[in-house]
Design a protein around this ligand. Sequence first.
Ligand code: ZN
Length: 130
Amino acid sequence: MFHIYCPYCEELREEEEFHPKGQAHIERPKDPEACSDEEWGDYLFFRDNPRGIHHELWVHAVGCRKFFNITRNTVTYDILETYKMGEQPRVTAESLASQQTQGNVQVASGGQQTVGASSAAAEAIKGEQA
Ligand SMILES: [Zn+2]
């Protein structure tokens, strides 16, 4: 059992109150009559299945019965955020990638590099002693 934050009820509720409804942010073609069969079929049937960040439509079925969006990591199952319909996600695959890049830079210029350098120095000292 885990809990999901409903952005309308503004509280954590048990997961059993919710149902997933598939990929979020699927825009209906403005002029369906002008679509090719492939474009229309794409809209109706084909969905992304990414490894990592995915934006999903959920409904608080046994609660306020409102639809909202969840940003979920499909690898770890972590729910990173929930947000109301019409809002845009704050967490995206692109934003996470840029955070990780910045994080790696910080790590490289920070403590771990120092640790790595000191352990290499310690091994060099051990080598000299042997
Ligand atoms: Zn709710």
